[in-house]
Design a binder for this molecule. Structure first.
Ligand SMILES: C[S@@+](CC[C@H](N)C(=O)[O-])C[C@H]1O[C@@H](n2cnc3c(N)ncnc32)[C@H](O)[C@@H]1O
Length: 218
């Protein structure tokens, strides 16, 4: 990570009011390869971004700090995360709009679309509909990038299954049932006649089966 990237991470994490979130966001931004991977694809795009399941808005803040200028809409079902993110966006990031919303009712949109670590937490029928709705919202020249855990039977897949199972066992609150899609299921929603595809592992330094699926509309 370059010195300027380190400064960006330090700056973004310092903007959160809660100490735990300052700590969490710093680690996440520093070690998660999904953020630079997103920037590599849409950093110079003039199209807006819809970030589905945006959490507190870390992707939006990271892209802004690295110079991505178009407006960004982030939506998430978790109202607390959205409020925490809005407090930062309202004061520091013009054109970043975080709102409570569900993937089952996406707003009208045309541009780039992101969904990081959300798909496998959705029920199977919702996944299929979400993928179709996302594809419709990708403008010509725009990207849709998805990070998820595909069901491919690998040891990394089993390791991710175990981690989710363990998290459910020790969790006080109800955690969503995890339904792992296959790569083929996702790719089928982005036909080759309309999209060029880039599908590759994005494990970072983890034993988990994270993949990046990026589709650019021709
Ligand atoms: C593992 S977090 C990922 C957050 C963020 N994308 C990131 O990479 O930092 C999954 C997020 O998906 C959100 N989520 C789960 N179900 C959703 C739904 N049906 N519609 C919108 N967001 C949802 C959760 O509230 C949570 O913030």
């Amino acid at each position: 990570m370059s010195t300027s990237d380190k400064e960006i991470v330090k700056h973004i994490s310092s903007l959160f009011a809660r100490r735990w979130m300052r700590f969490y966001s710093r680690g996440k931004l520093r070690h998660d390869p999904a953020f630079p991977a997103a920037f590599e694809r849409i950093g110079s795009s003039s199209l807006p971004l819809l970030d589905i399941g945006c959490g507190v808005g870390l992707l939006a803040f990271y892209l802004r700090e690295r110079g991505f200028a178009p407006h960004i809409v982030g939506l998430d079902v978790d109202g607390e995360k959205i409020r925490e993110g809005q407090a930062v966006a309202g004061e520091h990031y013009a054109g970043v709009f975080l709102q409570t919303g569900d993937v089952s009712a996406l707003p009208e949109f045309s541009g780039n679309v992101a969904m990081l670590d959300v798909l496998h937490y959705l029920p199977a029928e919702v996944q299929q509909r979400a993928l179709e709705d996302m594809a419709k919202r990708v403008a010509t020249g725009g990207w849709c990038f998805i990070r998820t855990t595909p069901n491919d039977g690998s040891w990394r897949y089993r390791s991710t299954q175990f981690e989710e199972w363990f998290a459910r066992m020790i969790s006080w609150s109800a955690r969503p049932v995890v339904v792992y899609p296959t790569l083929a299921q996702i790719e089928a929603c982005f036909p080759a006649a309309e999209f060029e595809a880039e599908v590759r592992p994005l494990w970072g330094n983890t034993p988990f089966n994270s993949w990046l699926l990026a589709f650019r509309r021709r």
